[in-house]
Design a binder for this molecule. Structure first.
Ligand code: FAD
Length: 318
């Protein structure tokens, strides 16, 4: 079922969902199952699986020189989606990226999704690679998320990249896109980022999932501004619990988000990691309760592969 249908069927009740990262190459899918199992009691109607970009690794050639190789450390998004869907009888949402994929490769993935009965996809650009100044699409790839939305929408109209005979099996994908309550890091302003979001919606996006935020006022302001410019589709808040001290530095650095002073003070007062984890859980519970009271359609948790803190939050909220 489509994410938007799940939301409609819930008739105003807030749903629970979460996002998983594929295990590193060589690791077992069992570690994902072990993290999903405790969360199934909260009946997620859909589970997202992220896609990692390729990255450069450096291999020592033994003569003092390094070989630079492009590799994907966490492949397998679609296989994981199929496997979770089958094992738990739940909808899964693979994240599709512009970065690192040609349009042709993307089309193959979408065809695989159709065969697997996967009807929801998140259309994302991806970040620049570590040693790139700015995002560079693969030759023959999509440049912005909107181009990917258009490509998926074309398939929904039975339009393949190259003409096919008897395109009788039209796709019917429900398309999610990213939104940024504190604006995307490359965007000159929130207003201009919102205009880009509106363009993605006009191109065919069906729902938005937001970047993490720690101050609900940022989300409420974002939704209000989005509605003002005519974005009417569901805007699902993304929640991430702080789990370690380092999050105070790396989350603002990577995602250009602000952390509230009260949260920073609470983490600073902690004596050990267990205390920090607890602060993160309690903060996320308060955020979730307020968002739920405001009637958000879904609370979507960034699990980063660890379910225990999400389970504790969900048990207080759902
Ligand atoms: P876009 O919508 O293309 O926007 C990127 C930037 O370009 C923005 O600043 C926008 O304002 C600007 N822009 C858009 N259109 C134009 C235009 N026509 N001309 C000029 N500027 C324009 N990353 C991963 O690698 N894997 C994942 O699985 C993943 N999942 C995510 C899930 C969520 C919910 C979110 C919020 C992010 C996720 N990301 C993921 C991160 C995402 O790939 C990055 O934030 C990326 O930098 C931007 O992606 P986007 O889809 O928002 O890009």
């Amino acid at each position: 079922m489509k994410v938007t249908e799940h939301i409609e069927n819930a008739k105003g009740k807030t749903l629970f969902s979460f996002e998983l990262i594929p295990p590193q190459k060589g690791k077992s899918i069992q570690e994902l199952y072990d993290n999903i199992d405790p969360l199934m009691e909260f009946q997620p109607p859909f589970i997202d699986v992220t896609t990692s970009r390729e990255e450069y690794i450096y291999i020592d050639k033994g003569n003092g020189l390094l070989d630079k190789k492009l590799t994907r450390m966490r492949p397998g998004t679609l296989g994981i989606c199929a496997s979770i869907k089958h094992k738990y009888n739940v909808d899964t949402v693979p994240h599709l990226l512009c970065g690192g994929f040609t349009q042709e490769e993307t089309e193959y993935m979408l065809v695989d999704c159709q065969y697997l009965g996967i009807t929801n996809v998140m259309a994302l650009r991806g970040d620049a690679m570590k040693d790139e100044q700015s995002f560079v699409p693969k030759v023959g790839g999509n440049k912005f998320a909107i181009d990917l939305v258009r490509q998926i929408n074309d398939l929904n109209c039975g339009k393949y990249l190259h003409e096919v005979m008897d395109a009788d099996n039209k796709a019917d994908f429900c398309i999610g896109v990213a939104g940024y309550p504190e604006k995307h890091l490359e965007s000159p302003s929130l207003q201009s980022d919102l205009k880009r979001l509106k363009e993605k919606v006009d191109a065919g996006a069906d729902y938005v999932v937001t970047q993490m935020f720690f101050d609900n006022a940022k989300y409420f302001n974002f939704v209000e501004k989005a509605r003002e410019i005519g974005i009417t589709i569901p805007i699902i808040p993304g929640i991430k619990p702080i789990a370690v001290q380092r999050h105070l530095q790396i989350l603002p650095q990577i995602f250009r988000i602000d952390l509230p002073e009260d949260l920073i003070d609470a983490v600073d007062k902690c004596k050990n990691n267990a205390d920090i984890k607890q602060v993160g859980i309690e903060w996320a519970i308060q955020q979730s309760l307020e968002l739920k009271a405001a009637g958000v359609p879904v609370l979507h948790y960034y699990s980063m592969g660890k379910s225990e803190n999400i389970r504790q939050i969900a048990s207080q909220v759902f």
